[in-house]
Design a protein around this ligand. Structure first.
Ligand SMILES: [Zn+2]
Length: 302
């Protein structure tokens, strides 16, 4: 599992900071999460192949989370994309994008498929044999979802030397990976545990931005491998959280602690701050394993 931060600041794009967008690589997928202004430039800068982006998840319709989408959708067309593009977003986004395209006489030469969200309860919005994605309903000024990306259980690993020694036909390898005992070529039942190793534990990534402090998400993101939680403000500016429905670094850390996640990534910093070390220091008074998002930063969680 690998996370590339394309942008992690709130509000406006500036010379050296980008609004929110990130790429999550998980089980051969490249999921784009949010698409702030300038995302296509950052995708190029980070050498993400456009054709590999097939699913885009938009948390909410504040501009710093989706103003890059119309540009990206158009660029895909100009590049003669043929691959389907799925967009998971709050209801209304389809209207916005199609109106922009209609008024500019544009169209896509690839299937553009909207999955509009309106449920206030967590729901499964994507699933295949390796991954599932759930919404995480958040508490913000407008309808907002975070997203939980779960790897499914991995297969057991064959100890190939032991498998061969046990004289097991290749046709049974799949059964072994699935955890079954099998009969070898001499008709002897071989215990699975003798020739396989435990599967790598599945990983999960919880993306929560934007949101006020919201304990209701804790059961949904319990024991996630990684939690990205917005921390727009420091505690000294906590009074700004209520009208804007954002969180402080300390509040983000409190959610991380209650949810018993392994790693907390902070981001969505207000552009009022010049440095971000104070966010880490503040969060670490509550939860130890904190890292700071930074534009262009890559996190590997293997
Ligand atoms: Zn917002």
């Amino acid at each position: 599992m690998k996370l590339t931060i394309l942008g992690c600041h709130s509000a406006t794009p500036r010379t050296n900071t980008n609004p929110t967008a990130q790429i999550l690589e998980i089980k051969n997928h490249m999921f784009l999460i949010d698409c702030g202004e300038g995302t296509q430039v950052e995708l190029r800068r980070n050498k993400v192949k456009f054709s590999r982006v097939k699913h885009i998840f938009i948390s909410h319709l504040h501009g710093d989370h989706y103003f890059g989408l119309i540009g990206l959708v158009n660029t895909f067309s100009l590049l003669n994309r043929e691959t389907e593009l799925h967009i998971y977003a709050p209801k209304g986004l389809k209207e916005v994008i199609t109106l922009q395209m209609k008024l500019s006489g544009s169209w896509t030469n690839y299937p553009l498929i909207f999955h509009e969200l309106s449920s206030k309860a967590s729901e499964l919005i994507y699933e295949d044999d390796k991954v599932e994605v759930y919404t995480i309903p958040l508490k913000h000024r407008i309808y907002t979802n975070g997203f939980l990306f779960n790897e499914k259980e991995n297969e057991r690993k064959l100890d190939i030397n032991l498998v061969r020694e046990a004289n097991i036909d290749v046709a049974y390898y799949r059964k072994l990976k699935q955890g079954f005992d099998v009969v070898n070529e001499d008709g002897v039942l071989i215990s699975n545990a003798k020739v396989t190793k435990d599967a790598v534990p599945p990983k999960s990534y919880a993306y929560c931005s934007d949101t006020a402090y919201h304990e209701a998400i804790v059961p949904l993101i319990k024991k996630s491998t990684v939690l990205y939680h917005e921390s727009t403000f420091l505690e000294k500016n906590e009074k700004l959280c209520l009208p804007t429905r954002h969180s402080t670094a300390k509040q983000a850390a409190t959610i991380a602690k209650k949810a018993e996640v392994e790693t907390l990534i902070l981001g969505h910093y207000s552009t009022r701050y010049n440095g971000y070390e104070d966010f880490k220091t503040e969060a670490q008074t509550v939860f130890e394993n904190v890292v700071l998002a930074k534009d262009g930063k890559v996190f590997n969680f293997d």
